[in-house]
Design a protein around this ligand. Structure first.
Ligand code: MGD
Ligand code: MGD
Ligand code: SF4
Ligand code: MO
Length: 820
């Protein structure tokens, strides 16, 4: 194992006087708890329990994934701003109820991505960079912000608020949190007042689950405990073993293997209980299916391998079958819902033969699913079903109806607000949303489309995301950025060496001519930053205090344990510095009304922003009321589940699950709308015979911004992979490790072939994001007109063999991960 890190063959043990911090994984929604130990380089503790900060006996072999074994990837040596060097260990916390010491390959390698000037993280952004003569050159905050503030203010004055577009994180965890989100929202909505806002992972400013909101259901209503108590878990469009790993392994798998039976009997007495069953709706046989089968036995796992984009027809058929059997929850429908008649007229009218043809799912499989979801356990006991969905549904054929159809199924069967039930997102990132309200309309503007075509927006500020590869139709987006930002480059080149005023005027002239001024705020020099005029260095997780909630609304404090590199600052601070510059410009010209819009950014600490952000969460699922950092520090990695009801004895009192005794819900009628025009076009063109599904892999996180600096991850996936069925591989004459080109009218991309029987023939699955091949070069520009949410998961392409890069072929493993 020692070779997986940086060749370290021994890891020092934290001494008893090591500084200790608590934090939460920076990555996924699950929010596993971690302990951090920090102590001066050159000292260390001993192997006996009384000699080390873990109070662990290291003379004995420690079991892995329990929070007492420190792997090389959990240790690093960091250098602070004053030049002092420290050992730092980031260790999963066995006392955290979320992960109980467990971790995934992503979270368990956190120490490797801490900034260290002699490690692969040495390329962190350490100073602002400003475009000068064909280069991006280091400069001071004052220089960078002065130019930025002048251009933003001039554009605002000349063209109005929509001249300033933004694409920013809105989530929790690393690169997010309540603090940073509040400052961002205050800047763009209270300060600028722009509608040209978009969220890091999509082209507009919207909810991923408008339909759930319209139904009255918050996105994260249940607790992880509910996955331990459920009779049936329904996963729709989610590969949870790889994407919500520790939720799946520590809370679902124990139920599937019968390990939570005693707990079920104790907390829900007088009711028949058995090991849990699981239904997985996914066009692909994922490793989640394989792991579930291994845990529960094949007879307790139902994989509904539907055709891409046909979820609505499937879910409505299940609702219809349940209703026809009389397994629906009439009492719940009567007391807690309205608009059932509309659902009956639409969802329950789904023609079953049509659904069988569309989805490719047999009537028998549908009936089994209906039974597992809703057939009562006894004359007096309904089944407890937990309905969970993520990107296969959210980024599916039509966002609004997709989500509505699962929400309706949950309401029909009364699976909300009771132990072992619920209907919500599994989640992607952790959450930490708190903002003044968005000034735009619904459906919101497609900001990426405006960036491509040109229009209102003249300045584009991108932070904590990499849309050059991560957004839909990304090739066209990249090409537009290159074209439009070049106009500004040329203007700046022509005004090179000129006064500030001359340069500002030059930029405005270029913006007038269709140019785009691009600001990118990140921790690394990412693809999107290549086009930027201004690159701003952010502090990352661990370099500031931040707060967020996880997928069961568990709020924790992520403590600062080290300095940010160079002059990097937390995102909230960068927003504040820019706001103050703009405020000063308006004050200088006596415009007190405009100056006032940019006031109130004079926070001194992270906690001051946290307290300000409480205003933005009032009444929402994340409402944390009067909670303070000191309270959260006391609650360590277990924190409190929001909404916080009250503060008792100096500590917040939370909510395990939502809607237990309150809440009225609305059925949202939904029927299968057919494929959008862009897809129909591709479907009717023989040059693009393959459906290209896409998504995540266990080992990588998102655009791989951290993984590029973990040699053992990027060594495993040096180029993005594409899963191809053996039969298709034979037709294409490709084998494992061959390089292929995928192409369609939107763009082209290359990938490494993995031959595996995970898809049906004619369907391939590609890793969704990799800087050496963005799957989004192939996605269409289609968005759901009701929500402006893209159909990321569905596009079509042609595939041709390029050849072989022998080194890669020989070094990589192609063992399928989806076999039981
Ligand atoms: N390892 C890892 N974990 C992550 C992330 C990561 O980058 N790496 N990212 C995090 C983030 S931000 C997010 S949003 C989540 C996403 O979490 P998930 O949604 O679980 O992950 P994906 O792989 O994007 O997509 C899930 C599944 O949708 C299926 N799918 C595709 N089309 C359809 C369809 O039409 N219908 C149905 N029912 N299914 C379909 C795909 O085959 C895929 O297996 O993961 C989070 N966790
Ligand atoms: N085809 C297809 N496309 C998709 C999806 C899909 O399933 N299929 N999924 C979509 C989804 S759900 C997601 S979440 C997106 C992911 O796409 P993005 O959101 O674009 O990708 P990330 O890698 O999460 O981007 C995070 C960036 O923030 C930087 N960063 C990290 N910490 C900090 C910080 O503290 N401050 C700042 N300022 N920056 C920081 C990182 O270096 C990185 O560049 O992709 C979306 N696109
Ligand atoms: S499951 Fe998610 S939160 Fe837990 S360690 Fe892995 S990436 Fe981090
Ligand atoms: Mo996401």
């Amino acid at each position: 194992m020692s070779t997986i890190s940086h060749g370290e063959d021994r890891v020092p043990v934290p001494p008893t006087d090591a500084q200790q911090f608590t934090t939460v994984c920076s990555y996924c929604i699950v929010g596993c708890g971690y302990n951090v130990y920090k102590w001066p380089l050159g000292t260390e503790g001993g192997p006996k329990p009384h000699q080390n900060a873990l109070h662990t006996d290291f003379t004995k072999q420690q079991p892995e994934r329990t929070g007492t074994w420190i792997s090389p990837a959990m240790h690093n040596v960091i250098t602070e701003r004053n030049g002092r060097k420290y050992n730092l260990v980031v260790l999963p916390d066995h006392d955290c109820v979320v992960n109980k010491g467990n971790h995934s390959v992503r979270g368990g390698t956190h120490a490797d991505v801490l900034y260290a000037p002699d490690r692969p993280t040495a390329d962190r952004l350490t100073t602002p960079l400003l475009y000068r003569g064909g280069q991006q050159l280091p400069t001071t905050w004052d220089d960078a912000l002065t130019l930025g503030a002048r251009i933003i203010k001039a554009s605002l004055d000349k063209w109005g608020p929509d001249a300033i577009a933004m694409k920013f994180f809105d989530h929790g965890g690393g690169g997010g949190g309540f603090e940073n989100n509040w400052a961002v929202g205050k800047f763009f909505f209270t300060g600028i007042g722009t509608q040209m806002a978009s969220i890091h992972n999509r082209p507009a400013y919207n909810s991923e689950v408008f339909a759930s909101g319209d139904a009255g259901i918050a996105a994260l209503p249940s607790a992880y405990l509910d996955a331990e108590l459920a009779d049936t878990i329904l996963l729709i469009g989610a590969n949870s073993y790889e994407t919500q790993s520790v939720y799946f392994l520590e809370h679902m798998v124990p139920n599937l293997s019968g390990g939570t039976l005693a707990q079920k009997n104790a907390s829900l007495p007088g009711e028949p209980h058995a090991a849990g069953k699981i239904i997985i709706v996914d066009p692909r046989r994922t490793s989640t299916v394989a792991v579930a089968e291994a845990a529960a036995g094949k007879q307790n796992v139902l994989h509904l391998q539907l055709n891409n984009g046909t979820d609505i027809a499937l879910l409505n058929s299940l609702s219809r079958l349940i209703y026809e059997q009389g397994w629906h929850d009439s009492a719940f429908i009567e007391r807690r819902t309205e608009n059932f008649a509309a659902c009956k007229a639409k969802n329950l009218a789904q023609d079953l033969d049509e659904a069988i043809r569309l989805t490719g799912i047999s009537r028998e499989q549908m009936m089994t699913a209906a039974e597992w979801i809703a057939k009562p356990k006894s004359p007096t006991h309904r089944r407890r079903t937990l309905l969970l969905y993520e990107k296969g549904l959210i980024w599916g054929l039509k966002n609004y109806e997709n989500v509505a159809s699962v929400v309706d199924l949950a309401l029909l069967t009364g699976n909300l607000g009771k132990p072992g039930t619920g209907c919500g997102r599994l989640g992607g990132h952790q959450e930490g949303y708190s903002r003044p309200s968005y000034p735009g309309k619904r459906p919101p503007v497609n900001v990426d489309e405006v960036a491509i075509k040109g229009g209102a927006s003249k300045v584009f500020w991108v932070a904590g995301c990499n849309p050059a590869g991560g957004t839909l139709n990304a090739q066209q987006f990249r090409l537009a950025l290159a074209r439009r930002t070049a106009l500004v480059n040329q203007a700046l080149d022509a005004a090179g060496g000129g006064t500030l005023e001359e340069r500002v005027q030059a930029v405005l002239g270029a913006l007038e001519q269709g140019g785009l001024f691009l600001i990118v705020q990140d921790i690394y020099p990412i693809d999107t930053a290549r086009y930027a005029h201004l690159v701003l260095p952010a502090a990352q997780w661990g370099e500031m205090n931040l707060t967020s909630i996880n997928g069961e609304r568990r709020l924790r404090l992520y403590q600062k344990f080290m300095d940010a590199p160079g002059v990097a600052e937390p995102d909230w601070k960068i927003m504040a510095m820019m706001a103050q510059k703009i405020q000063a410009l308006y004050q200088a010209e006596g415009n007190s009304e405009k100056a006032a819009r940019f006031s109130g950014f004079d926070w001194r600490t992270d906690e001051e922003v946290f307290r300000a952000a409480a205003a933005g969460v009032k009444g929402a699922q994340e409402d944390y009321g009067e909670t303070t950092y000191a309270m959260l520090a006391q609650l360590k990695t277990n924190g409190v589940q929001t909404p916080v009801k009250e503060i008792t004895n100096g500590l917040p009192v939370g909510t395990t699950r939502l809607f237990e005794d309150a809440g009225k819900f609305t059925f949202i009628p939904a029927s299968w709308p057919g494929f959008p025009p862009q897809l129909q076009q591709l479907m009717s063109d023989a040059r693009y015979p393959f459906w290209v599904n896409n998504g995540r892999s266990n080992h990588g996180w998102q655009t791989l911004y951290d993984d590029l600096r973990k040699p053992y991850v990027i060594g495993r996936e040096p180029l993005p992979h594409v899963e191809i069925h053996p039969q298709d591989a034979a037709t294409l004459e490709v084998e494992n490790g061959d390089l292929v080109e995928l192409f369609n009218p939107y763009g082209t991309v290359t990938a490494l072939v993995v031959v595996v029987e995970s898809n049906q023939t004619g369907h391939v699955f590609m890793l969704f994001e990799h800087p050496k091949g963005w799957a989004n070069s192939l996605t269409t520009d289609y968005v759901d007109p009701d929500t402006t949410i893209p159909y990321y998961k569905g596009t079509k392409a042609g595939i041709r063999k390029i050849g072989t890069l022998p080194e890669l072929k020989e070094q990589l493993s192609f063992i399928p991960t989806n076999r039981t």
